[in-house]
Design a protein around this ligand. Structure first.
Ligand SMILES: *Cc1c(COP(=O)(O)O)cnc(C)c1O
Length: 422
């Protein structure tokens, strides 16, 4: 396949045995060796054709980077208006944590309320363009919801399996969008096994599990492109990411390598921080051991449901990005995550998801440990809105919030606020 004006996509390449190449104009899952495939672009040609300054006049969505995305023409785009989410300064929280130059990329403001919309927009667009007849995936909820709505937008059927424990709102999104939904009495890996055997009997359906097809990663990559552009074509010093399957962190790292190769950004790559919950921290454990791969985490459980992934197919790519960028990995407890979810809302007005909150807990710990300094420019990824996790905040009438009789009265003095750690 040769690069077009619209997309510089040239071929697919195995992430493990990099010499193995695949034709990008055909539908592919993983490499024959089982490792994820990566989309490769003709960056040399693109660097000659396009200057990053030209992007400024384009529409503020992720398709502004279409040369670095796999869809080969504007007609192939399936969009709900995703991308160019705000990169918010967090001055009050930053000061409290001792990291004054703290920024938050807020993915809560994207269709479906989580960054999974990026992977779905690009993945579904490309699948439809290549003639895939249906998409099938296991999910912890948010990805399924995103793929269900984008599939509906593309006129494709979707087959989704999620743990019964996944956030209920994501079921509603799948059902509303007409997905064929199954709840599984198990974890995402169990749902994955069921999907893998189901697609064998569904001609034309593609298994779009995390890292089992190459294009979801390309959608998530756009977070890295946006961060660099929003910082004036610079990298931050540190990037903090809540890691489940790892697509986001692998994608951002890939984006930054491509930007460097294009010559659009120079300088050191940001130190990548992989954040997991203590109830499911396979990559943190592997990092601490200096391992190349993770071991499956037994009895995985955390309130940050989006990062409950006991064993990720792309774990070695996450670990590579940490080793290559002088990054680190850290696990935080659910209790601290919930406390910081409130702290962020109280100090900055941002009601974020627990996965995002885990990153702020990580910033607090890494600053205390001296791994972060007050001079570091730190970007935290908030991967979704708190609105998708209403159960994380106690709001029971009577127990959590006073209920007044019609004839009652509101106290003259403000009620003392809940004690906060910051
Ligand atoms: C899926 C998900 C994550 C983890 O993302 P990966 O790219 O799979 O590591 C983090 N936060 C939220 C809200 C998610 O839905």
């Amino acid at each position: 396949m040769t690069a077009s004006r619209f997309s510089a996509l040239s071929h697919l390449e195995c992430s493990r045995c990099a010499s193995r190449r695949y034709d990008a104009s055909q539908v592919h899952g993983t490499c024959d060796c089982g490792a994820p495939l990566l989309a490769r672009y003709d960056l040399e040609l693109l660097a000659r054709r396009l200057d990053q300054g030209e992007l400024a006049s384009r529409r503020a969505d992720l398709w502004r980077y279409h040369e670095l995305l796999p869809v080969t023409g504007p007609d192939g785009i399936v969009s709900l208006g995703e991308g160019m989410t705000p990169l918010l300064p967090m001055p009050v929280l930053g000061k409290a944590l001792g990291v004054p130059d703290l920024l938050m990329k807020d993915e809560g403001l994207i269709p479906t309320g989580t960054f999974k919309a990026r992977g779905a927009a690009v993945g579904v667009s490309r699948a439809a363009e290549l003639g895939v007849k249906g998409v099938a995936m296991p999910t912890n909820g948010n990805a399924g919801a995103a793929w269900a709505v984008y599939a509906a937008r593309a006129g494709l059927p979707s087959l989704i399996a999620m743990p019964v424990g996944a956030p209920e709102i994501t079921r509603a999104e799948c059902v509303a969008a007409g997905a064929e939904l199954y709840l599984v009495d198990g974890l995402i890996n169990d749902a994955g096994a069921l999907i893998a055997s189901a697609v064998r009997h569904r001609p034309g359906y593609q298994d779009t599990s995390t890292m089992k097809e190459p294009y979801r990663l390309e959608g998530k990559k756009t977070m890295g492109l946006e961060i660099a552009e929003q910082l004036g074509w610079r990298f931050p010093d540190v990037l903090v990411y809540p890691t489940g399957g790892g697509v986001g962190i692998i994608g951002i790292h890939k984006a930054m390598l491509e930007l460097r190769e294009l010559g659009w950004v120079t300088g050191e790559l940001p130190r990548m921080v992989c954040v997991q919950a203590t109830g499911c921290a396979p990559i943190v454990r592997a990092f601490e051991r200096g391992a190349r791969e993770s071991e499956p985490w037994p009895e995985a459980s955390t309130i940050a449901f989006g990062i409950t992934v006991p064993k990720a197919l792309g774990d070695f790519l996450v670990l590579d990005s940490l080793y290559q960028s002088a990054g680190t990995a850290i696990a935080v407890e659910d209790e601290a995550i919930l406390a910081d979810q409130r702290t962020v809302a109280r100090l900055e007005g941002c009601f974020i998801c627990p996965e995002g909150a885990a990153c702020f807990t990580a910033v607090r710990r890494l600053r205390e440990a001296g791994w972060l300094t007050e001079r570091d420019r730190v970007v935290v990824l908030n991967t979704g809105t708190g609105l998708k996790y209403p159960g994380t905040i106690g709001v029971r009438a009577g127990a959590d919030i006073p209920v007044l009789a019609k004839s009652g009265s509101i106290p003259e003095q403000p009620r003392t606020r809940q004690r906060c750690r910051t």
